[in-house]
Ligand binder design. Sequence first.
Ligand SMILES: [Fe+2]
Length: 287
Amino acid sequence: MPNFRSFQANPLSGSLGAEIIGCDLSGELSNQLIDDIATAFRHFHMLCFRDQSLDLDAYRRVARLFGPFSGNPIHVALPGYPEFVRVIVEPHQGGPTFGGNWHTDLSWFEAPPKATMLYGEECPPYGGDTMFANLHLAWERLSPTLQNMVEGLVSIHSGYTTYGVNAAVRAIKVVDEGWEVSQTEVEHPLVPYHPETGRRFLFINPNVVRFKGMTETESRPIIEMLLKEATRMDTTCRLVWRAGSLAVWDNRCLLHHAIGDYPNFRRVMVRTTIAGDRLPAEARNAA
Ligand SMILES: [Fe+2]
C-alpha cells in the first residue's frame, strides 16, 4: 500500500476501496494532497473522504481535480450547478431503489464517465450502504480458457433500460427528452485496457444487451455468467455512509449497487460524474 502524507487511508476490504481520514477538502487543496488523492484513487479505485463539510462550490472544486463534467442527458440538474443532481429518498417513499442493482453509470456513452462522485448530505443512522465490485479482479480471476474465449468480444451497451428505470424511481427527476437515450447503442470492448493504468478489466454490466455478431438469445447466458463472476463476494467492498462523506469511484473498472434498506429514514445525496476517455481494446503505453 502506498504511503500518504496528507491523510490516513483505511482499506475497506481486500479487493478495493478505502476510507480517507484526516484531510479537509473544503479549503485550499495543496499539491501534496492532490498527488496523494491521485495515487490513492489509482490504488484503491474507490475513496470515501470522511467528515467533510462541502457546499456545492467546494464540491465542484474537488470534482474538477478528477476532470471535467461528463454531461448527464437524463437527470434534472440543480439550479446554477449543471453537473450536480440531488437524490432524495423520503421516509416511507416506497418504489424501486435508485441504483438498486449492480451497474455502471452511463456506460452507453461513447466515452463512459471516468468517475462518479456522491456526497452524503443526510444519511440514515443505519442502512443505505453502497456495494462495489472490482472488475479488474473479475477479469484476472477467470480461468485462462474462458479468458481466451471472451476477450475478443465487443459488447453492445444500450441506454434502453436506464431511462425507464430512472423515470420509475422517485428519488431523482428525469428530463422530459431523456427517452431519447433509450435509442442509444454503443460498442465497447468486453475486456478493455484501463485508459490510465493499462490494466485490463471485465467491462460487464446490465446495459450490455448483446455481443457484436451474436443474437441477444446467444449473448444472454454469457452476460449472466460474467455478471455473476464479476459480483462474487471476494471482489467487493461495502461502504457505510455518514453525513459529510464524499465518495469517488472509478466508474469503468468498478460496478456499484445501492442498497434500499432504510424505509423509515430520509437520505439525501448529491451526485456528479466525471468525463472519461473511450475504452481502448488494444494495449497502449500506460503512463
Ligand atoms: Fe449508479
